[in-house]
Design a protein around this ligand. Structure first.
Ligand code: GLA
Length: 387
């Protein structure tokens, strides 16, 4: 994205003065879906697409003047307004500002203009890119950069929970803040320990196919899935009062089978997926260490199957893209992110890439009247100040 583009709009819409420019990326996730809020592992990386914002203190007590460049939409609001703005994009600014205040940052009035090139609703976390970018900017403008990266991750997550209606985990905000070019990251969402894994699969590439079915998590079955998992944990806990079960991470297959008849069939299948996915992330790490990409791919297909049949967060279009990948001999393919639309992530051998993409475009178009969008994955850096 062009710095000059954002700057010219900022100058035009406010008082002609420049501010500071910050950027934060969207993310991919190789494997480990719906495991973050279950205390499990995830394997994301930041991408080279994201959100860029220019921000400047405006010397008012608490008036925010905000301009969404891509939408050509201007909203002004006060941080003291208990309801906050209505526009969904402005709620991210309002929410993060209040969450940063909770962390001791004396946020006052500011002007902000922002733009993004991470596709909306594609499951690449455009919302986390916004939260991290705005948090980073406010920490710099008002907080002497005293808030830690982890606290900014948590402020982004709290913004989703408290102002946007999505009870998400921490994967997206983590990836957006901590991303590093060329590296995937394995995060243990319970202990928050993580390692960078340089990712340069010799002879393979990662490509996303966007079904363009808009994935929208707020008010969606996403929160229901989380509730299902929590219900199962409660049930296991009731059976073992002597032990502490906080999330599905603490539950074994035996624990799950023990409560099978008490929890509904749906909840059982949801928990079964999560337990399997927890093991798959670790197996992918081993396979990557050994350079066994065919194994990585096999595990990705298993994840798709589980997300589609057990967790039920797929849709017809995504299952079709997965099927096309299989038929083209693509090494690994699965739904990426929260589900209910968005992209598949595909690990494909270089020599099969062209034919796969051509076939996917043709067959998807024949069936749904439009081609899927194709994004070649470039793993980029996390949140940063540009100037
Ligand atoms: C969304 C959420 C994340 C995570 C994924 C599924 O992207 O924001 O916290 O739960 O879905 O893995």
């Amino acid at each position: 994205m062009e710095i000059d583009f954002v700057r010219s709009r900022f100058i035009k819409h406010f008082d002609g003065k420049t501010g500071n420019i910050y950027a934060s990326p969207g993310r991919i996730n190789l494997i480990g879906e719906h495991t973050d809020y279950n205390g499990g592992f995830v394997f994301p990386g930041a991408v080279d697409k994201g959100v860029m914002a220019e921000m400047r203190i405006n010397d008012t007590e608490d008036t925010v003047m905000a301009y969404a460049i891509d939408l050509k939409d201007r909203v002004d609001f006060k941080l003291s307004d208990p309801n906050g703005p209505r526009a969904s994009w402005a709620r991210y600014i309002y929410g993060i500002a209040l969450e940063m205040r909770k962390l001791g940052v004396p946020v006052k009035g500011f002007n902000i203009a922002f733009a993004g090139d991470v596709p909306l609703g594609a499951g690449m976390s455009s919302s986390a890119a916004m939260e991290s970018c705005f948090a980073f900017g406010l920490n710099d403008l008002f907080g002497d950069n005293k808030v830690s990266q982890w606290d900014m991750v948590l402020a982004g997550q709290a913004t989703e929970h408290n102002y946007c209606g999505v009870n998400c985990g921490i994967m997206d905000q983590f990836a957006s803040v901590f991303g590093k070019a060329g590296c995937l990251m394995r995060l243990d969402c319970r202990s928050r320990e993580f390692q960078y894994f340089p990712f340069k699969p010799d002879g393979y590439r990662l490509v996303l196919l966007d079904s363009v079915v808009k994935h929208q998590l707020s008010g969606s079955p996403y929160n229901d899935r989380r509730m299902s998992c929590e219900k199962v944990v409660k049930c296991v806990q009731a059976k073992h009062p002597e032990a502490k079960f906080e999330t599905l991470r603490d539950c074994t297959w035996e624990d799950l089978d023990e409560v099978k008849d008490e929890i509904g069939a749906d909840d059982y299948r949801r928990a079964k997926f999560v337990l399997g996915e927890k093991d798959r992330v670790l197996a992918v790490c081993d396979a990557l260490t050994e350079g066994d990409y065919e194994k990585v791919g096999e595990l990705m297909y298993q994840t798709h199957e589980g997300l589609s049949k057990d967790y039920e967060v797929s849709c017809e279009e995504l299952d079709f893209l997965n099927q096309i990948a299989k038929e083209n001999g693509v090494t690994g393919s699965r739904i990426m992110g929260g589900g209910f639309g968005g992209c598949t992530i595909n690990l494909v051998r270089n020599d099969l890439y062209r034919k796969f993409i051509e076939d996917a475009k043709k067959r998807f178009n024949e069936k749904y009247g439009h081609e899927p969008k194709v994004y070649d994955v470039v793993i980029g850096d996390g949140s940063r100040k540009i100037c």
